[in-house]
Design a protein around this ligand. Structure first.
Ligand SMILES: Nc1ncnc2c1ncn2[C@@H]1O[C@H](COP(=O)(O)OP(=O)(O)OP(=O)(O)O)[C@@H](O)[C@H]1O
Ligand SMILES: [Mg+2]
Length: 481
């Protein structure tokens, strides 16, 4: 049916002895876990280990793949292939690849042949070498720095993989395929693009000439099974009493800001906290790329929109937040506050939409407040500092600080209340802090979540109003234990 098959080059490859072996290269130390025998000081002084990819494929493998791939492309009619469903297309490719392998007398085992076939199908039908990574649910991020280097983050650790693209052109092609699904293009004239995969994963592409070593693709994988507060307790991200405290804060409609660095688990924590919202409340979520998965029945999900190719049609976070005020929200959830929408969110929190929540990039609760302040001033609001600070204090009740520690684990390191102002200074008090006490022999950080002795947080009355004061007293008590 794909009549170009006869065009396959039938020149035999070199005899068996010279045929390149497809066996995986010997495995070098992964470098991701530290040598448990070495003392911590020696480990600290030793130079950092170079990344080494697990299960590396040899250069020969890629050479053979390129040869077979080119022969396939010469043989196959891509337009006809595109009309087939995925299974039939795979079958067709399998037949042709097997034919090419036998004509070219390539020596490889059944397993190697199967792997090659899988790779080639992924190239032709999907996201190429990314497919096996996209299929894994244990990966948090995929980071492609040009064709030759693909890193992943698994269990909080970044590791180099053996995945490679044929060349930067193939990588660029795949980037193009991804962004075209959201109606965008990425090329020299518009080299930066945000997009989303069909499964909801968040994608950023930055291409040459801005990225110097080839197209750079970053994917925050969408986790099908979202973590819940119980999971965070199980991982030690928070202890049980701390989780109960967060539950009370969520239930009694405190306005909450979740602060933290990149990938520190802010969105995950926000998602966990929304679980405590009452099923009867009308919730409106505003996000750049929908990541939250609220379980309540009455949720409206809104998403921003980037400008189109002509630079028109952009809908910003501020547009969404302002619009949702006209949608009779009871709670407003903003995926990430990063610009002038901070002003509208604070106003909403101040005017009857308490229980609103959002995340923000900052390294401490105090920095979170100064970031809010600068977002408001940079948004063009000509307000005196004192007024802005009073507005922050009047709106935000609690700031939860998340952090990705150096051992790769994510922890909630502070639950901080915004208490009031003294002159121009905002007063806060910590309800919970994470105290580090060292690290164990496997490099995992040891520590514990502890209360700070506060027995009556400022949202006490609020908790009482919701009939939660006993529970609040109890969880604060347990934090002291
Ligand atoms: N407490 C946790 N324990 C283990 N893994 C976690 C925890 N919190 C989040 N993760 C994982 O870490 C990754 C990043 O989490 P998340 O998207 O919530 O971070 P973020 O701070 O919102 O990142 P960004 O700044 O990019 O928006 C996800 O894969 C998530 O599943
Ligand atoms: Mg996030």
């Amino acid at each position: 049916m794909f009549g170009k098959r006869a065009a396959v080059d039938s020149k035999p490859t070199p005899p068996r002895a010279e045929a390149p072996a497809l066996r995986a290269a010997p495995r070098t130390d992964g470098g991701s876990s530290r040598d448990s025998a070495s003392p911590p000081l020696a480990a600290a002084l030793a130079p950092p280990r170079p990344f080494a990819a697990a299960d590396e494929r040899s250069d020969d493998y890629y050479q053979i793949k390129t040869t077979i791939f080119s022969a396939l492309i010469d043989t196959i009619d891509l337009a006809q292939l595109a009309q087939l469903d995925a299974d039939s297309a795979r079958e067709e490719i399998r037949d042709i690849v097997n034919e090419i392998i036998s004509i070219k007398a390539v020596v490889m085992s059944i397993a190697e042949q199967e792997h090659l076939l899988q790779d080639i199908c992924n190239d032709v039908l999907g996201y190429g070498p990314l497919e096996p990574l996209l299929a894994r649910d244990d990966i948090a991020d995929i980071m492609v720095n040009g064709a030759g280097r693909v890193f992943i983050e698994v269990a909080g650790k970044v590791q180099l993989t053996s995945i490679r693209f044929r060349d930067n052109a193939q990588l660029m092609n795949i980037c193009q395929r991804i962004v075209s699904q959201v109606g965008r293009r990425v090329d020299e004239s518009s080299p930066i693009c945000d997009a989303r995969l069909l499964d909801g994963s968040r994608v950023n592409v930055i291409a040459p000439p801005l990225s110097l070593d080839g197209p750079t693709l970053t994917i925050r994988k969408f986790k099908k099974d979202k973590l819940r507060m119980e999971d965070l307790v199980r991982f030690g991200s928070i202890n049980e009493a701390g989780a109960r405290l967060l539950g009370i804060i969520g239930r009694c409609r405190c306005n909450v800001l979740i602060s933290g660095g990149t990938g520190s688990g802010k969105t995950t924590l926000l998602n966990c906290m929304t679980a405590f919202i009452d099923a009867e409340e009308r919730i409106i979520t505003c996000e750049d790329a929908a990541e939250l998965q609220l379980q309540q029945p009455h949720v409206v999900r809104l998403e921003t929109r980037p400008p189109n190719l002509e630079g028109q049609g952009q809908i910003t976070m501020r547009d969404l937040v302002r619009n949702c005020l006209r949608m009779r929200p009871e709670r407003i959830i903003v995926g990430e506050v990063r610009g002038p929408e901070a002003f509208d969110l604070l106003q909403a929190m101040n005017t009857g939409h308490d229980g609103s929540m959002g995340t923000l990039h900052a390294n401490s609760p105090r920095e979170a407040m100064s970031r809010l302040e600068s977002m408001i001033t940079m948004g063009g609001f000509q307000l005196p500092t004192k007024t802005i600070r009073e507005m922050i204090v009047g709106s935000i009740d609690v700031i939860v600080q998340a952090e990705r520690l150096r051992d790769g684990t994510r922890r909630i390191i502070k639950i901080t209340e915004v208490v009031g102002t003294e002159g121009e200074v905002v007063i806060t008090q910590d309800l919970l802090t994470y105290e580090m006490s060292g690290e164990d022999e496997s490099g995992r950080i040891k520590g514990r979540h502890a209360g700070t002795g506060i027995v009556r947080p400022t949202f006490w009355e609020r908790a009482r109003y919701y009939g939660l004061e006993r529970e609040l007293a109890d969880s604060l008590d347990k934090l002291q234990a």
